[in-house]
Structures are given as C-alpha cells and as structure tokens.
Design a protein around this ligand. Structure first.
Ligand SMILES: [Zn+2]
Length: 230
C-alpha cells in the first residue's frame, strides 16, 4: 500500500520474490503522483507515472491498482481508511506492506495509518460496506530502515531479485531525473541514485547475513506472520 507510483520500490524485491514463489502481489497506490515534478503539468504527469508504474509492476509480476486520490492531498482519517477496507475485502491479502504511520511526509504517514487501521475493520462483519468482510485480518508490516528510521524486526533475503528490483526501479524515470536537473548531468545523477539504492539494500543484507535484503517492522512487534514471508 503506497501513496505514489514508486513507493513500492521500498518492497519491490519482496514483491518479486512472492510472485516467483507462486503468490499474487498487488501494488495499491492512493494517487497517480500528479504533483511529483517541477515542470510537467499534473494531468500529463499522472499519465506518465501511470505508464511508468505499469511497466515497473509488469517487471515484478505484480498487479497495480490506483485509488484516484489527489497527490499531496491524500485525505486523513475515515475516507482513506474506508477505501483501504474495501481494497482488503476485494483482494483478501494475507500480508500488507506499507509506510510507518508516524514517520515521513504526510501522504506516506496517512497511507501507513489507513493501511494499519483498515486491517481490523476489514475483518468485522458488522462494519458494513459494499463488500463482505474478510477474515483473518491481514498482517501489517511497515517499511523499515532507512525510510522509517526505526530498527526492523524482519529481513527478507532478496539477493536473487536485485536485478529485477533495479530494472523495475529504473522505470520511474520521471522521478529519478527530476532531482538531478539543477546540479549536473541527469544520466549520471540517475546512476548515482541507483548506486545509493543498491547500497541501501546491500547494507540491510549485511545486517541479515545475506547478499541483499529488504527490512520491515511488524506492527504487532512480533513476527506473527513470519511464515507468510517468502
Ligand atoms: Zn511517495
């Protein structure tokens, strides 16, 4: 569960691994990222980022769903949570990966909070929406270091999926060029960004004793769904 196309890059190795092991993975973003650029008009940017997201997801073998909220204006509270309740009731996920509700920019925090709060409510039959309730409630994991600044309790070995992770990451080209515009050569900037991105997961892998890893924080503080991880 993310806010913008490219938010899945925090967990894309795990998604690719799930798919490779025969599971179904769906990337759900609250917006199409229509504010994530300095020059491109919003309507055009939404189209560009939808296309980038579609290609990135295809590489991972995941499906994509957009909830059509406005970038930089993701609502707080009931509206977003209820949208997520219906996503859970529709997709019936075993595991949900999302942002930590207390850390980072507002869109990300709000998505993390709604992803967490929708978990129980999606399982309650008396919480009536257009879709029937789904049990058991999905297990919630938040993206770990460095995005959350909190120590992870769960590491997923993604060593065999780094190539596909990087290839998928590259598809979000509108985002990786934007921040390189002012300083210098865009191409170099993108490659430096990918080096840093690779380094981050190598460091997490070092902590986990594997080549490359992604790290998560269990909402409940215990590894209750550990056997659900690939
Ligand atoms: Zn984002």
């Amino acid at each position: 569960m993310g806010a913008h196309p490219d938010d899945e890059t925090f967990a894309s190795g795990t998604l690719a691994k799930y798919v490779d092991r025969g599971h179904r993975a769906t990337i759900v973003h609250a917006t199409r990222g229509g504010k994530g650029h300095w020059d491109i008009p919003s309507y055009e940017l939404r189209q560009i980022r939808t296309g980038e997201m579609t290609k990135a997801a295809k590489i991972l073998g995941a499906e994509v769903m957009f909830l059509e909220f406005e970038d930089a204006s993701v609502p707080q509270g009931d509206t977003l949570r209820e949208a997520f309740v219906d996503v859970y009731r529709k997709l019936k996920p075993d595991v949900v990966l999302s942002f930590h509700p207390l850390v980072g920019r507002d869109d990300h925090r709000r998505v993390g909070e709604a992803a967490s709060d929708a978990s129980l409510k999606s399982s309650l039959p008396l919480h009536v929406t257009d879709l029937p309730s789904h049990r058991p409630e999905p297990c919630i994991y938040f993206f770990g270091t460095p995005i959350s600044g909190q120590e992870p309790d769960t590491y997923i070995d993604i060593t065999d999926y780094m190539d596909v992770k990087i290839k998928s990451f590259r598809q979000h080209a509108s985002q990786w060029q934007e921040w390189g515009k002012t300083p210098v050569d865009q191409g170099d900037f993108t490659e430096r960004l990918i080096e840093r991105y690779t380094h981050r997961f190598r460091e997490l892998g070092r902590k986990a004793g594997v080549g490359y890893a992604e790290a998560f924080i269990s909402r409940s503080g215990r590894k209750y769904a550990h056997d659900l991880f690939p």
